[in-house]
Design a protein around this ligand. Structure first.
Ligand code: NDP
Ligand SMILES: O=CC(=O)O
Length: 328
């Protein structure tokens, strides 16, 4: 009898993609929180050929326990959970889900920027708690977004989609920083390339949307917050660890910057005691950049396509370690 290949769904894959995978493969679902000390997980991992899901820790200690693994298919564009060099050494493919989420994440980044600037979550509570007794006065006013300067750090797929919305929709001036200049963004959004220091000094809004890598880890810390305007609003949609969180807390406490909008944290789910959660001028979201029904479905479908290709001996469309393919 033909044995189905073993696949771990590592929290999470949406229906109907999950059912399709269950038909093709011998699928076991494990949740990140209770997997790693679970003997059932460790024994299934021994025989698993494919992993699909969110944030599977693809580093050597866990790879040692997965001798038959051929592919880790991330349901995310970011792949900082994977040690790509280690994967390549072991002939394991890593894949991600670019493009299908770009517009959805950019919409969210704009929403986070607007709601931080206009204090929407705070004022939502003000209305719901029955505090709205007369027209709001100056202490509840926000600040304008339109016609301000937006500094985008990481002018990639999502950075450009944010620039498009901000420039064409909100008449914002776009400043940007990435490793290399982007002539197409300069042409389409009149964006100006800057080194990081100039961007931080000149922006009214700063939006961080780089991948988390060895280079970007902690790239925004004490010194960078001190370079920002005191009126600056800082938005982080990248990964929590691109920012030194303790320095962000200090910068907000010392009023070195005006406010922050955060979708990502060093520890996720964020610790309820984190001081950021207690600050009125910080808008917090639970890492929902791509979390719409339509986009999550597209990401799951694309990740399943990548997984299938890898397990069928074809080159997946979104390999993050293409070296592994040349090696074979
Ligand atoms: N909050 C959320 O839910 C989501 C978060 N994300 C995060 O957003 C990231 C970006 O996604 P996407 O736009 O598709 O990725 P891209 O690869 O298209 O863009 C990344 C950009 O970051 C730049 N960059 C990389 N390293 C550095 C560096 N050291 N200094 C300055 N700039 C740098 C790149 O510059 P260059 O082009 O010059 O190399 C590129 O412009 C993901 O990796 C993920 O971490 C993504 C989706 C949802
Ligand atoms: O954070 C989400 C991603 O797709 O990366």
């Amino acid at each position: 009898m033909h044995m189905k290949k073993k696949v771990i769904v590592y929290d999470r894959i949406e229906e109907p993609v999950l059912s399709a995978l269950q038909e093709e493969f011998d699928v076991r679902i494990f949740k990140e929180r209770d997997a790693h000390d679970n003997p059932e997980f460790l024994s299934f991992l021994q025989e698993t050929e494919g992993v699909i899901g969110l944030g599977f820790p693809g580093q050597s200690d866990i790879l040692d326990k997965a001798p038959n693994l051929k592919i880790i298919s991330n349901v995310s564009v970011g792949y900082n959970n994977l040690d790509t060099e280690e994967l390549t050494k072991r002939n394991i493919m890593g894949t991600n889900t670019p493009d299908v989420l770009t517009d959805t994440v950019a919409d969210m980044a704009m929403g986070l920027m607007l709601s931080t600037a206009r204090r929407m979550p705070e004022l939502d509570q003000y209305v719901k708690q029955g505090k709205w007794k007369e027209a709001v006065t100056t202490e509840l006013f926000g600040v304008d977004v339109h016609h301000k300067k937006l500094g985008i750090i990481g002018m990639g797929r999502i950075g450009k989609a944010i620039a498009q919305r901000a420039h064409l929709g909100f008449n914002m001036d776009i400043l940007y920083h990435s490793r290399t200049p982007k002539p197409d963004a300069e042409e389409r959004f009149n964006a100006t390339y800057m080194n990081l220091e100039s961007l931080l000094r000149n922006s009214d809004y700063i939006c961080l949307i780089t991948p988390l890598t060895d280079e970007t880890r902690g790239m925004i810390g004490k010194k960078e917050f001190q370079l920002m305007k005191r009126s600056a609003i800082f938005i982080n949609v990248s990964r929590g660890s691109t920012v030194v969180e303790a320095d962000l807390i200090e910068a907000l406490k010392n009023k070195e910057i005006a406010a922050a909008g955060l979708d990502v944290y060093v520890q996720e789910p964020v610790n309820p005691d984190n001081e950021l959660l207690k600050m009125k001028n910080v808008v917090t979201l639970p890492h929902i950049g791509s979390a719409t029904a339509e986009t999550e479905h597209k990401m799951a479908a694309l990740a399943a396509e990548n997984l299938r290709a890898g397990l069928n001996g074809e080159k997946p469309g979104n390999l993050v370690n293409p070296e592994v393919w040349k090696k074979e």
